[in-house]
Design a protein around this ligand. Structure first.
Ligand code: SAH
Length: 263
């Protein structure tokens, strides 16, 4: 039997493989994996993070879409520990059905084409998750941590910060990957809140309010929400009806949503 043909990076799977040992070490330090923890890696690829993670914690679960990588990962992992590979699209995985003790620690150098929908998908399971360490496009990382007044502030910031404490850890340059992506990258840490600082009765309703408020950023909040809420009632919440979405905090969006739900 000869060696299998070398694996070629596939664009449609968002494959950019990390090869920078310095970045890999910094990620491992940030994650600080320990034996006994339920570690889940998304998109292990050729194992750049997988093998060092396995070496430290001896077992992990990994979800990989590219079937050609599964055999390679399975074989190479043996030297480091025990890997449980799930050959599937992570967007279709129901985390509540995994045969693993909770809470989960999720890690991954995410495929950039699905990173935003993926984070929204994972937030549905935030009760099961201890923390998440992800490599994302730098611009996405900036949007995740942005606050009111920042040009990066928007729907992603509000919805992620509703569920999690969001930290920007460090930047990663395109040259750290093969092939190099066209954009800069960054590592983020998401810590689901043990109890929500600003809970709302209906999260879908919050998502709708945030979406309509930011869909036309230049509009005042009174204008974007005028079909569902009247101006005087916005002022009663101590929110300036003439403010724009980009100037409202998470707490304001929660107050507006609660008013709509209660009215
Ligand atoms: N972790 C590796 C690979 C990162 S590239 C490294 O750092 O080198 C992104 C990885 O996610 C690829 O292996 C790609 O095949 C995988 N992937 C892409 N879409 C996916 C999906 N929907 N579900 C699971 N894995 C996916």
């Amino acid at each position: 039997m000869g060696n299998p043909p070398p694996h070629r990076a596939r664009k449609r799977f968002g494959q950019h493989f990390l090869h920078d040992q310095h970045v890999i070490h910094r990620m491992l330090d940030a994650i600080n994996p320990q034996p006994g923890q339920s570690l889940i890696e998304i998109g292990p690829g050729r194992g750049a993070l997988t093998f060092p993670l396995l070496e430290r914690c001896k077992q992990l679960t990994a979800i990989e879409l590219d079937r050609d990588l599964i055999v390679l990962l399975q074989e190479k992992s043996r030297a480091f520990g025990q890997i449980h590979l799930i050959s599937a699209d992570v967007l279709k995985i129901d985390l509540s059905t995994l045969d693993l003790p909770t809470p989960y620690r999720l890690v991954g150098n995410l495929p950039y084409n699905i990173s935003t929908p993926l984070m929204f998908h994972l937030l549905e399971y935030s009760d099961l998750i201890e923390d998440m360490h992800f490599m994302v496009q730098k611009e996405v990382a900036q949007r995740i941590i942005a606050g009111p007044g920042s040009k990066h502030y928007g729907r992603l910031s509000v919805m992620l910060q509703y569920h999690c404490q969001c930290d920007y850890l460090f930047d990663v340059a395109p040259g750290s990957f093969s092939p190099p992506p066209k954009v800069d990258s960054a590592i983020i840490r998401l810590l689901p809140h043990a109890s929500l600082p600003h809970p709302v009765a209906n999260i879908e309703q919050l998502a709708l309010v945030v979406q309509s408020a930011f869909s036309q950023r230049r509009k005042t909040i009174h204008n974007s929400l005028k079909t569902v809420i009247d101006c005087a009632r916005i002022a009663e919440l101590d929110i300036d009806p003439g403010a724009r979405a980009e100037n409202l905090g998470l707490e304001d969006f929660v107050k507006l949503t609660t008013l709509i739900i209660d009215s």
